[in-house]
Design a protein around this ligand. Structure first.
Ligand code: F6P
Length: 320
């Protein structure tokens, strides 16, 4: 392996820059040439490719977003577009590609690996919805971003004696809601992995009010079937409490990555280059507990995410 590339694809996440930095500097340390591919697979198809050096990744470890930018590419999903991507990698003699992205991006990378390109997949998404890793790069930062907003909302909800439905991202995974809800002391957490029990939800709110709670915070993951406004009006109607909706949206995708995400990204980026240098086959890189691990790419993408039911039960108990 002499020449590698690094790309960020799909929804951006805080920590992607730390991962890019680790890949570029590890590659140069190991004597490899490294190209940065801009704007995800769209940029790959169009040849938006620049050689990187140690200075290319200066002063970015603390920055959210991705200096390589990202995009979602319809073209890459077509046979013509996909072939142009394969050809472009050959034009630059890129033998190994580090792909930092979520589920869709890594599945696209899997297809590239079947064309003879060695892929190292890093889990770059705030959603925490990949089965081969306990945590994804950006998840911890997103949870802390939600936590900061929930803290502000608690203040104003208490002042006005209100309920607030806080909608968070995560696509079809409830982990951002679950972790931020538990850490934020939310009264109720709604996740797509569990049916909405509106009776239990309203009962909990009324019981809290009856024992003197000044507010209630309900964290709703965006994948939950009942939408936030419908939920809020149902709560108002059934509890008599004024209920507001706050959609945190894209604030969860930005911000300076936490130490945890910077360390995760740095360790994973280094592991990716180590494996490429050793001429490994395509691998997906994750973390189990505190241990960085790597799996066969095909097996990794078949692994299912399991809901942390313990955390959900704990959140329910601690918010009585
Ligand atoms: O996958 C990350 C994510 O932020 C999801 O949580 C969210 O549903 C989606 O991306 C939004 O996609 P887009 O950035 O294309 O609007």
């Amino acid at each position: 392996m002499k020449t590698i590339g690094v790309i960020t694809s799909g929804g951006d996440s805080p920590g992607m820059n730390a991962a890019i930095r680790a890949v570029v500097r590890s590659a140069i340390y190991h004597g490899l040439k490294v190209y940065g591919i801009e704007r995800g697979y769209e940029g790959l198809i169009n040849g938006d490719i620049q050689e990187m050096n140690v200075a290319s990744v200066s002063d970015i470890i603390q920055r959210g977003g991705t200096i390589l930018r990202t995009a979602r590419s319809e073209d890459f999903m077509t046979s013509g577009g996909f072939q142009r991507a394969v050809d472009m990698l050959a034009n630059f003699e890129i033998e190994g590609l580090v792909v930092i992205g979520g589920d869709g991006s890594l599945r696209g990378a899997l297809k590239l690996s079947q064309e003879g390109v060695t892929i190292m997949g890093l889990p770059g998404t705030i959603d925490n919805d990949l089965g081969f890793t306990d945590f994804t790069i950006g998840f911890d930062t997103a949870v802390n971003t939600v936590l900061s907003s929930v803290g502000n909302i608690r203040d104003t909800s208490s002042s006005h004696g209100r309920s607030t439905v806080v909608e968070v991202m995560g696509r079809n995974c409830g982990d951002i809601a679950l972790y931020a809800g538990l850490a934020g002391g939310a009264e109720y957490i709604l996740i797509p992995e569990k049916e909405v029990d509106i009776n239990a939800l309203c009962r909990k709110i009324v019981q809290g009010k009856n024992r003197g709670k000044l507010h209630s915070i309900i964290i709703r993951a965006e994948g939950v079937e009942m939408d936030s406004n419908e939920l809020a009006s149902l709560i108002s109607q059934r509890t008599g409490l004024e209920t507001k909706v706050v959609v945190l949206g894209y604030t969860q995708r930005g911000g300076s990555p936490t130490a945890r995400d910077r360390l995760l990204a740095s360790k994973m980026g280094y592991r990716a280059v180590e494996l490429l240098k050793a001429d490994s086959a395509s691998r997906a890189i994750g973390i189990r507990g505190i241990q960085v691990v790597d799996y066969n790419m095909v097996e990794a993408m078949a692994m299912k995410r399991s809901l942390n039911t313990e955390l959900l039960e704990l959140a329910d108990i601690l918010s009585i």
